[in-house]
Design a protein around this ligand. Structure first.
Ligand SMILES: C[S@@+](CC[C@H](N)C(=O)[O-])C[C@H]1O[C@@H](n2cnc3c(N)ncnc32)[C@H](O)[C@@H]1O
Length: 252
């Protein structure tokens, strides 16, 4: 019998608060992504892949909006996947896989997804791998399915203003940490490592992310739209924008 994480919903809440300190409009992008899913499924419960899904944030929102959705969460972080499993139980298939390896698709329970959604994650991969991954994602979608990637993607026409927006966001984030309104990335991970049930997973995680994170690759939004087109999506464009972040979409 699976022993689920105690207090998984509270860890979920604390992850969301930590992420919202970086992206106060995080829920807006999720809502826009799910509206695109509704548009291509015409009211039918979707088959959805939450790519680099971490704690399963997108999956939980998908199940809340589309009861009956078939959801798969894929990630390689053992701590976050333990939280995902504790939150989702048997309402989702949980897959451990490295998106840096083109073999990730072999670990999926099925292909033919209506939607593949990912948020704040693919900037952990280098340029060539991201471009190749876009083509691989297209392959796991059914014709007419959509891929949405929400991440840090500045508008190329606003390089000076984007810098100012980033500076302002950093000031506000530091104020949140200083006041205790939010927990920083480093503090959140220290708390997870100190949890009785997550400690062993945090040690495993250390092998995967020795520096706690990966390289950042954050090209402007046009790079992503062009990479989606080059990957074979028949339409690609911007679904949502908020300040220096955007969600790009590709229609297979
Ligand atoms: C900032 S978290 C975002 C998680 C989730 N999408 C959310 O919005 O809450 C970035 C996620 O990308 C995952 N990730 C980064 N590189 C990965 C890779 N090569 N393979 C699988 N997952 C990866 C990390 O493990 C982490 O869960």
């Amino acid at each position: 019998m699976t022993t689920y994480l105690k207090n998984a919903a509270i860890w979920q809440e604390s992850w969301d608060a930590q992420q919202e300190a970086f992206m106060p409009d995080r829920e807006h992008r999720f809502a826009a992504m799910l509206t695109a899913v509704a548009a291509v499924t015409d009211g039918r419960a979707p088959r959805l892949l939450d790519l680099a899904g971490g704690t399963g944030t997108i999956s939980l929102r998908t199940l809340a909006r589309f009861p009956g959705a078939e959801v798969t969460v894929l990630d390689q972080d053992p701590v976050l996947l333990t939280i995902a499993e504790g939150s989702l139980h048997d309402r989702a298939v949980i897959v451990g896989a490295d998106l840096g390896d083109p073999g990730w698709r072999a670990k999926l329970p099925h292909e033919g997804f209506d939607a593949v959604l990912t948020a704040t994650a693919l900037h952990w991969l280098p340029a060539e791998r991201t471009a190749a991954l876009y083509a691989e994602v297209r392959e796991v979608l059914r014709p007419g399915g959509v891929f949405v990637n929400a991440d840090h993607m500045a508008d190329e026409g606003l390089s000076e203003l984007s810098g100012l927006l980033q500076d302002r966001a950093r000031v506000e984030r530091e104020a949140r940490y200083a006041s205790g309104a939010a927990t920083s990335w480093a503090d959140w991970w220290a708390r997870a490592a100190a949890d009785e049930q997550l400690a062993a997973k945090a040690v495993e995680r250390q092998q995967i992310y020795p520096t706690g994170h990966s390289e950042d690759f954050n090209p402007p939004v046009g790079w992503h739209v062009e990479a989606l087109r080059a990957a074979g999506f028949r339409e690609s464009g911007v679904l949502w924008r908020g300040g220096t972040d955007a969600a790009v979409i590709g229609l297979r």
